[in-house]
Design a protein around this ligand. Structure first.
Ligand SMILES: *Cc1c(COP(=O)(O)O)cnc(C)c1O
Length: 367
């Protein structure tokens, strides 16, 4: 926390705005628009809720197809399921680990051949690294399919100075406890289209028609952010630049001290792209480490009471999505097998990082 969060929460209490409406909600939305240069934003209860509303606003409904990145957190695909639609999973490319544009186009053409053009495309800026957004946007425009950018992990990331989340028709942000800034739980839908964001606010508050009584003509949701929670968000926005700096320093430190080990590689920023480095990931090539792989390192860290984690298990490999179509060449699966998320918190000290580094050194280069 920055220290200002409690000031905004206190204001909510002092003015009795303890509701899913109020000055903190407005202020948090304005701060996100100011930071990302999005024109409009709706503060919601979670990133998942933002994904769900974006899909609804794209007109996704039962039986529709939605192109979805396979290597992601389950929330991305779950939102598609909420609408009774079918996610068509697409593999990653190995430069950004995001959706492979060429495979994405293959998936689109496949759907079109079945006379079911996808209703939306959801690329994910994984671990803060911008996907190949220009290529993806170009293909999406060619087939006139709206893009919902899952930027839940990428607040502060950008391509040629333009914020992740502002390239597609919709951008999705998350303020869950594990993200680069947090409100304990929360999300935001951003877009340039004012009408769509107004509609998102309407749907997120039970779709109440304007009438003195409670009148409803469509199904709504209880997805709006509380004014108390939004106070935390306003305080967190004050430290977002610092958090990004801290995460990037964590990355640089690991890179500097682990690069001498054969077989370890890091995710690189592409020309013009800037990552918030939400998490630092090492990729281990077992053919260069005498067969010592990701799991050996993870267990060695665990032995020292240090938590590290494999990457997201690709959606097409999940029991839940076994029967869904998948277009790929095994890149996401390989990343899942060989990648390890290292401790990356903004508050790690160099002593903490040195402990992690030492164990990785001892595991891969035993004396
Ligand atoms: C965290 C996350 C979400 C979901 O956000 P919540 O606020 O937890 O609902 C969606 N997509 C990705 C890629 C995420 O990492």
């Amino acid at each position: 926390m920055s220290g200002s969060e409690q000031k905004y929460i206190q204001q909510a209490f002092d003015t009795n705005w303890i509701a899913p409406i109020g000055p903190n909600v407005d202020g948090f939305e304005a701060a996100i628009c100011d930071y990302t240069k999005a024109n409009h934003a709706a503060a919601l209860s979670s990133g998942t809720a933002a994904l769900h509303l974006a899909l609804k606003l794209c007109g996704v409904t039962t039986g529709d197809y939605v192109i979805c990145q396979s290597l992601t957190f389950v929330a991305t695909a779950n939102a598609v399921m909420y609408q009774g639609a079918t996610p068509i999973f697409v593999d990653s490319e190995d430069e950004t680990w995001g959706m492979d544009p060429a495979l994405m186009e293959m998936a689109i053409l496949h759907c079109i051949s079945l006379e079911k053009k996808p209703k939306a495309i959801i690329p994910v800026h994984l671990y803060g690294m911008p996907v190949k957004m220009n290529e993806i946007s170009q293909i999406a425009r060619k087939y006139k399919i709206p893009v919902i950018e899952d930027a839940a992990e990428a607040l502060g990331s950008s391509i040629n100075g333009k914020s992740c989340g502002t390239f597609g028709e919709y951008g999705v942000l998350s303020f869950n406890g594990n993200k680069i800034i947090t409100t304990s739980g929360g999300g935001m839908l951003i877009a340039d289209n004012e009408k769509k964001i107004e509609k998102a606010r309407f749907l997120s508050t039970q779709a109440r028609d304007s009438a003195p009584h409670y009148q409803h003509s469509e199904v709504g949701f209880n997805y709006r952010m509380s004014n108390v929670i939004a106070g935390i968000g306003r305080g967190q926005m004050e430290v977002l630049p610092l958090r990004i700096e801290q995460r990037r320093l964590v990355f640089e430190y690991y890179k500097k001290h682990l690069s001498d080990i054969q077989g370890i590689s890091f995710l690189k920023e592409q020309e013009g792209s800037f990552s918030n480095r939400w998490l630092t990931i090492i990729n281990i090539d077992e053919s260069k480490t005498k067969g010592i792989g990701r799991e050996k390192i993870r267990l060695a860290l665990e032995e020292a009471n240090i938590e590290s984690r494999p990457l997201w298990k690709p959606m097409h490999m999940q029991p839940l999505f076994e029967k869904m179509p998948y277009f790929g060449k095994g890149v996401a699966m390989k990343l899942f097998n060989n990648g390890l998320c290292l401790p990356s918190g903004s508050n790690l000290t160099t002593e903490d990082l040195d402990r992690v580094i030492k164990i990785i050194h001892l595991t891969l280069k035993p004396k």
